[in-house]
Design a protein around this ligand. Structure first.
Ligand code: GUN
Ligand code: ZN
Length: 434
């Protein structure tokens, strides 16, 4: 077969490492007039346009973006498909918010046609915002995950998802049992895990809505299959933490509940972790587990301020999560805008290159997918964005005042949203254009 080959000319920016570990200057590469060559869905070359253009095979089409900035696709390490229809719900903190808004909304996913409709809207929204990979909660209904994977497969997205396991402390219409959650998860794993770019995540909602028997089943699923993910919530809200202590008095703390059932590991992602202690951070790091930092959600639900510097001290892997619908935006740029403010409120800074890292390579590392995605390194899958530096009159004007790429990047993350995402590419295919 003839290779499909196409080149894109614009500024290029991507992360090379965590600024906290390698320093700011070594953490990124920026090329003001760059070229990205895509062959058969992978990055075949990238560098200075002037150097690469003469080397392109004859006839290679080149698309040029004036005031365009090419970055890797964004990675959302925590989001809920069935909460798309209830984003921005008024007035409650976590536990009341779940009962008042979330559970009734998730109930609708018992209907596959509804799940198909929302899955299409959800993926369109991810791509519109430049998110090319996400770790996604379905509802308790297996058909929610079928709907999402079917739609993601058509677009050849690298996506991870799982059916919620929840066998207590929730309405009867939304609970499974330890046995049925095991059997349904297993059937989904067999149907989807490893198919194309899709992966399965074992998904106990959080400790309060699973019996010890169900948490043991989650551990059993992880032990029985290679490469599975584990996603759940951890230490988000003060009342939630008290509840976990009351439900599991024999455990040392919230994280220890999950640890006891063998749910920690290289592919385990815990959302929030707002109220963790030093020992819990150390345990997360020791086991290679990751935290999804969800600033818009933590502010909106009044949960608290995530202590990123503490996670950094312990070298815990951290990715970013929008946590829609507890979070208030599908935009990773807007999520970074709020992340910056969460740091400000704690007297800390969030360097723009650290933000870029969290949104891309750091997210890929949190998902153990950094060999495949997360940067513009040659050989990686061509999941990338063309950002438009003139997307709105204000952005256009403000960015013209910027003295360097650090300032440009910071303003993009402060003012930017889906309007700056001109094109989204997945495996080299244009999957969204504004
Ligand atoms: N904890 C348990 N379920 C949820 C959820 O749906 N959203 C958030 N933010 N926290 C949770
Ligand atoms: Zn969540």
């Amino acid at each position: 077969m003839k290779p499909t080959r196409k080149a894109y000319r614009a500024s290029l920016l991507h992360s090379l490492g965590d600024p906290t570990e390698v320093g700011i200057e070594a953490s990124y590469e920026y090329i003001s007039d760059g070229l990205l060559l895509i062959e058969d869905g992978k990055i075949a070359a990238q560098g200075e346009a002037a150097a690469l253009l003469p080397t392109l095979p004859e006839g290679t089409p080149v698309e040029h973006f004036e005031r365009g900035l090419i970055t890797p696709g964004f990675i959302d390490t925590h989001i809920h498909l069935p909460q798309t229809g209830m984003i921005g719900a008024y007035g409650e903190q976590l536990l009341d918010w779940l009962n008042t808004y979330t559970f009734p909304c998730e109930r609708q996913f018992e209907n596959k046609a509804h799940a198909d409709d929302v899955a299409a809207r959800f993926l369109a929204e991810l791509l519109r915002n430049g998110t090319t990979t996400a770790l996604v909660f379905g509802s308790v209904h297996p058909q929610s995950v079928d709907a999402l994977f079917e739609a993601a497969q058509r677009l050849d997205l690298r996506l991870i998802a799982g059916k919620v396991m929840m066998d207590r402390n929730a309405p009867g219409y939304l609970t499974d049992t330890a046995e049925s959650s095991y059997a349904q998860s297993k059937a989904l794993i067999e149907r989807w895990h490893g198919k194309g770019r899709l992966h399965y995540a074992v998904t106990p909602r959080f400790a309060p809505t699973s019996t010890p028997e169900q948490l043991a089943m989650a551990g059993r699923l992880l032990a029985e299959h290679d490469g599975l993910y584990l996603q759940t919530h951890l230490s988000e809200n003060a009342k939630e933490i008290e509840w976990v202590k009351a439900l599991f008095p024999e455990r040392q703390g919230y994280l220890d509940v999950y640890d006891h059932y063998h749910l920690l590991g290289e592919r385990s992602v815990f959302a929030h972790g707002v109220h963790l202690c030093e020992e819990e951070c150390a345990r997360l790091a020791d086991t290679g587990s990751a935290i999804a930092f969800c600033p818009t959600s933590n502010l909106f639900l009044g949960s608290g301020l995530f202590n990123l510097p503490m996670a950094e001290r312990h070298k815990v892997k951290v990715g970013l999560g929008t946590d829609v619908g507890g979070g208030t935006s599908f935009s990773i740029l807007q999520t970074l805008n709020e992340a910056y403010k969460v740091m400000q409120l704690q007297g800390a800074r969030l360097n723009p290159f650290k933000s870029l890292y969290l949104a891309t390579l750091g997210g890929a590392r949190a998902l153990s997918l950094d060999r495949q995605i997360g940067s513009l390194e040659v050989g990686k899958e061509a999941d990338f964005l063309v950002l438009d530096l003139a997307a709105t009159p204000l952005l256009d004007y403000r960015l013209q005042q910027c003295k360097d790429i650090a300032e440009t990047l910071f303003v993009l993350m402060t003012l930017g949203d889906d309007r700056v995402v001109r094109h989204t590419f997945a495996m080299g295919q244009k999957v969204h254009s504004r």
